[in-house]
Design a protein around this ligand. Structure first.
Ligand code: AMP
Length: 252
């Protein structure tokens, strides 16, 4: 069976268009990724999903996909959310929770899931816990990537994203072969609006105030797995697999 994991069910809340039911999996994972902006959650999320066979459920991706659609094709809630996103601010809890609720069948997926960017506040975490309970689904782990603040800011401010295929480069650590041109598709490389210095500062404050408390929240529930993210993406990925494996062994 060919797998067309276009995430339409998640990105567009499209009930008739889930084509990402995976192959028979030895182990199904239901995970949350935590970590400050710039820590590399998006990169790790993609790799983990390829490796573990889960679907990558990123709320930031839902907003970015909405941004690419014409204003008339977006729901009022998504248009409202984009105003906050543009400034690097958190979208209000009710809006995000409703958006995830509209996609709750992705949480029941037999292939598991990897939530990236949600929850971001304790009230979102409580809402998620209720949703999972209602759907009789249990989380396996909450992976928390850790990196010092100066390295986070440097990763974010140098990040360049292809406007066409969304490939990610970095002005100094992963430059494209030709300046501002994507190596993969020749598209234009741009700086995301929320990677500009003013927005980075707002995002870091939002993270400290609203998201950091989630570490205690999940630690108390025995789910938190801390992983240093200062190495290469490959090193961080391998460290994540090792931790997940040792958790699986310990809980079996
Ligand atoms: P991300 O790609 O996860 O960094 O998300 C990009 C932006 O989308 C954030 O800076 C927020 O404006 C918004 N966003 C994404 N997920 C959430 C969430 N769970 N709660 C509030 N805002 C969110």
């Amino acid at each position: 069976m060919s797998i067309k994991n276009d995430r339409a069910a998640w990105l567009q809340a499209d009930p008739g268009n889930c084509s990402s039911i995976p192959r028979a999996l030895a182990r199904v994972y239901r995970l949350i990724l935590l970590g400050a902006p710039g820590v590399g959650k998006g990169t790790q999320g993609k790799r983990l999903c390829q490796g573990l066979g889960t679907c990558h459920l990123s709320t930031g991706d839902v907003f970015r996909a909405a941004k690419c659609r014409a204003a008339g094709e977006r729901s009022p809630a998504l248009t409202f959310a984009l105003i906050f996103m543009r400034h690097g601010e958190l979208v209000p809890d009710d809006t995000v929770i409703n958006l995830v609720r509209e996609r709750e069948r992705c949480l029941r997926c037999h292939g598991g899931f990897l939530l990236d960017g949600f929850p971001r506040t304790v009230s979102q975490a409580d809402a998620l816990a209720r949703l999972l309970d209602q759907n009789k689904v249990k989380l396996d782990a909450v992976i928390n990537y850790e990196l010092p603040l100066d390295q986070l800011v440097s990763r974010l401010s140098g990040r360049r994203t292809c406007a066409v295929c969304k490939a990610v480069f970095h002005a100094s650590t992963l430059p494209p072969r030709v300046e501002n041109v994507c190596d993969h598709c020749g598209g234009n490389l741009i700086q995301r609006e929320d990677d500009r210095p003013e927005a980075i500062q707002v995002r870091m404050q939002a993270y400290e105030q609203s998201t950091r408390p989630l570490m205690d929240y999940y630690q108390q529930r025995g789910l938190l797995v801390n992983i240093p993210a200062a190495g290469t993406p490959d090193e961080t990925y391998q460290a994540t697999l090792v931790q997940l494996q040792s958790r699986t062994t310990a809980t079996n």
